[in-house]
Design a binder for this molecule. Structure first.
Ligand SMILES: Cc1ncc(COP(=O)(O)O)c(C=O)c1O
Length: 376
């Protein structure tokens, strides 16, 4: 099996720890270990203090799987497997798909949601939204279905656009998948990061018998360093195959991360609410900022998640823009090329506390630039 480089992650590797400012991160600032421990109960702290650093159950320790299930309708821990989010995505595609199958994924997308499918030589179609307002149309999705379609890959809240579905759209997608007997892999890494009064969607595993939900600590909880994610679904035989594949990868989870994840899941709002507050404040600030910028031609505030994809009025490619920007100001942005998206776009991430400071520097830089067209 051959797989192409993960361009977005390689781009982050190049800049994330050297650039002075990160304007495109999809995660919120990471919480300190002390914050997790300070908010833990006496029982949880006992787990931490008595922790043995041996191997743990491949599926994830039962206490952790129980803590996960408090956020779903499904009740048996046999329906949960814990691993890193990327690993769960990689294994799921490999378990579900073969080279004669067809899959549909949303686009633009976090690259692993398309690249792993391609590495299996599986035929792939892209479900695309309308430009700039990023609305996905379920009729377009249905048109992509073929006789051999085995899997639909979703990601709502959506990285990078901040797009989200309504409940009735989700129901339509489930009806389409059920009619054609298709699995849905729903990457819900940004679950619960809901802006304003937008209605929250249920996890796919709670509404569809062939729905597989992926969630983890990286985005919603601001705990990316735990490297913890989980799959929940009704199909226990699928999950058994996930665990068997995992034996060739991490085998089991990091024991300290499992305990810290229990603490986070049991105190979710202490992690989620400060993140949402920060994201909302930064979206408001950015809305005002955009009004003054001739170089930014389109900004649709996210309905959910922590990012949006903004259009630029520039004479160069997005990659050239981002490269020049980081070189001259130390501001790292992720260009459209990292999402295989054509046109002049960059991703903006709203989850960082120093966002207003970064915008001041960005403002100075944009003021010196000439827009490509005078169309604002
Ligand atoms: C949609 C999506 N899925 C999965 C992941 C992977 O999460 P992690 O970085 O925790 O492995 C990301 C990370 O950016 C993401 O945006």
């Amino acid at each position: 099996m051959k797989i192409n480089d993960f361009r977005l992650e390689r781009y982050f590797a190049q800049h994330e720890f050297t650039a002075k400012y990160l304007l495109s991160s999809s995660d919120c600032d990471g919480y300190e270990l002390n914050y997790v421990l300070e908010n833990a109960s006496i029982e949880e702290l006992k787990l931490w203090e008595n922790l043995k650093l041996g191997y743990t159950e491949s599926e994830g320790i039962p206490l952790l799987r129980e803590a996960i299930l408090r956020h779903y309708k499904i009740t048996s821990i046999k329906n949960v497997v814990v691993a890193t989010p990327g690993e769960l995505n990689f294994i799921s595609m490999n378990v579900l798909l073969g080279s004669t199958d067809h899959a549909i994924t949303i686009a633009p997308c976090y690259q692993s949601l398309s690249e792993v499918v391609k590495s299996i030589n599986c035929e792939l179609s892209y479900w695309k939204p309308s430009k700039n307002d990023w609305i996905f149309n379920t009729e377009d999705l249905e048109k992509l279905i073929q006789k051999n379609t085995k899997l639909i890959i979703l990601n709502f809240p959506h990285n990078p656009t901040g797009s989200y579905l309504t409940k009735s759209q989700l129901n339509e997608i489930v009806a389409i998948a059920r009619k054609h007997d298709i699995y849905i892999f729903s990457d819900e890494m940004y679950h619960k990061l809901i802006i304003d009064d937008v209605e929250e969607l249920p996890p796919i595993c709670d509404v569809y018998e062939k729905g597989i939900s992926l969630w983890g600590t990286s985005k919603t909880f601001g705990l990316a360093g735990l490297r913890t994610g989980w799959l929940v679904c009704e199909d226990q035989s699928f999950l058994k195959r996930i665990v068997a594949f995992k034996d060739y990868l991490s085998i089991c989870n990091s024991a300290p991360s499992e305990i810290l994840t229990i603490m986070a899941l049991n105190n979710m709002n202490l992690f989620l609410e400060p993140n949402l507050k920060k994201i909302n404040k930064n979206i408001f600030i950015f809305n005002e900022f955009v009004k003054k910028q001739e170089v930014i031609t389109s900004f649709t505030p996210p309905k959910a998640g922590s990012t949006s994809f903004i259009q630029l009025n520039i004479n160069s490619s997005s990659l050239q823009f981002s490269s020049q920007l980081v070189k001259e100001t130390g501001i790292m942005t992720v260009p459209a090329e990292m999402f295989e998206y054509e046109g002049e776009y960059i991703r903006v991430g709203f989850g960082r506390a120093n966002f207003p400071e970064i915008l001041e520097v960005f403002d100075g830089y944009l003021k010196e630039m000439k827009p490509a067209h005078n169309n604002k």
